[in-house]
Design a protein around this ligand. Structure first.
Ligand SMILES: *Cc1c(COP(=O)(O)O)cnc(C)c1O
Length: 424
């Protein structure tokens, strides 16, 4: 059977062991959601865990901190244990707290220790700007010139990075390296193991931003010896808008003082002694600052339960099948419309989304939305499409490409302005 036929997609869906999880999510009828890499959909289990949390507030008031189904005081630790398998770390090496950018600030404040000529931080020019803003401001806080001390590894093709170029940037004036695990545009996976080994050989501390990899691909951060990592939980982890983020600190760094201290980083037994001298937690919990965002953490109970049940390997396996299928269809059906598939083709290098480049991308995305396909536009000319293993089907992928083909063939995008909206 030809891959361009609808029956081929249907056959793949029949063979899909994760197909039943689609019903666990609020997938809108007639809408094809391809934006789970920006905001994952709500699951019924996450909805339920939010309601349970609201109930404990209703019923217990202040005593909700210690009573009810999920006593609030222990929410970060319980969720951290549930999250640990997604990043491949020990349960006390992870803490659910803060947000991506705030956690990056905390980790740079803790791990950037410029000394002598080692004052530089290596990042890359393709990273999400918020990360670069945070790094740059941390360098300034140390009284150094941010432009001189933030070394951005350049991309050769504008979409991907070469590990070789990153390693070449690990010179003896570098104090810290912060890189994405999966690039937010091209979806390229960086070889975290290789880069960590190379950094450690040169006595450089290295950390990764997992925003686009957590919940999508497996990680072995502890085994690879990665020093630290941070992420959000609203993309592939489906924790809801503004969900509490997470961070990881390798055990070998336990006992050092967090750069940004606050009372929720205390040893829990001592926190309410309210001593003027802080006793930090012995584990990653030390990197918390203030009162945990309980309402923004609540959906994670339901969401992480699904990940525990399915397992990240099964998710990765289906995700690769979906993106392979999508690439195949795009090559077959859209070859005459000047799309460039800008993500790596080899599966070890490809994360969970497809990145299409086209000069009319902004208005092609608008036309897709009008036709009930939800893509993600990335300025100036990128279309991200993320078929998500837990709730997208092979038929979704097939329909997306068919709709895209009609939009191109009939030039339906010409009805719209080729300009981004406020949120794109
Ligand atoms: C999504 C994303 C962010 C978002 O940061 P927030 O602090 O959660 O707003 C930051 N960096 C990267 C690489 C991202 O993909």
């Amino acid at each position: 059977m030809q891959i361009t036929m609808l029956d081929y997609a249907k056959k793949l869906d029949e063979q899909d062991a994760l197909g039943m999880y689609r019903d666990e999510f609020y997938v809108q009828r007639d809408v094809i959601y391809m934006d789970g890499n920006s905001l994952g959909l709500l699951s019924k289990r996450a909805e339920k865990s939010v309601m349970t949390l609201l109930d404990s507030w209703k019923q217990y008031g202040i005593d909700g901190w210690t009573q009810g189904e999920n006593p609030w005081f222990y929410v970060p630790e319980v969720l951290s244990e549930m999250c640990a398998p997604l990043v491949g770390v020990l349960k006390d090496e992870v803490i659910i707290t803060g947000s991506t950018t705030a956690n990056l600030h905390q980790l740079v404040a803790s791990f950037y220790r410029p000394e002598g000529k080692r004052t530089k931080i290596v990042a890359d020019e393709l990273n999400f700007p918020s990360d670069l803003y945070a790094i740059s401001s941390q360098i300034s806080l140390h009284g150094f010139d941010a432009e001189e001390n933030m070394m951005l590894v350049k991309s050769r093709d504008g979409y991907t990075l070469q590990e070789e170029d990153i390693i070449n940037a690990m010179t003896d004036d570098v104090a810290l390296i912060v890189l994405p695990s999966v690039l937010y545009r091209s979806g390229q996976i960086l070889d975290m193991k290789l880069l960590t080994e190379a950094a450690h050989k040169r006595n450089i501390v290295i950390g990764f931003d997992l925003c686009h990899s957590i919940g999508s691909i497996p990680h072995e951060l502890n085994k690879w010896g990665v020093d630290f990592a941070f992420w959000c939980n609203y993309k592939h982890v489906n924790g809801g808008p503004g969900a509490t983020g997470g961070l990881y600190v390798n055990r070998k760094h336990f006992g050092r003082k967090p750069g940004l201290a606050g009372w929720f980083g205390s040893d829990k037994e001592k926190q309410f002694d309210l001593s003027t001298n802080m006793s930090p937690a012995a584990d990653a919990g030390a990197y918390q600052i203030g009162t945990p965002h309980i309402l923004s953490s609540a959906p994670l109970y339901g969401s992480l339960e699904i990940f525990a049940e399915v397992g990240i390997d099964a998710i990765r396996d289906k995700s690769l099948k979906l993106t392979d299928y999508m690439i195949g269809l795009i090559e077959h059906e859209l070859s005459e419309y000047n799309f460039r598939i800008a993500n790596p083709r080899e599966s070890v290098k490809r994360g969970g989304h497809i990145f299409l480049v086209h000069e009319e991308a902004a208005r092609i995305c608008k036309a897709l939305k009008v036709h009930q396909v939800i893509p993600d536009f990335r300025s100036p000319n990128g279309i991200r499409l993320a078929p998500v293993a837990l709730y997208n089907s092979f038929e979704d992928v097939w329909k997306t490409v068919q709709i895209l083909k009609v939009i191109m063939k009939e030039e339906l995008y010409e009805k719209y302005e080729n300009k981004r909206d406020v949120i794109a």
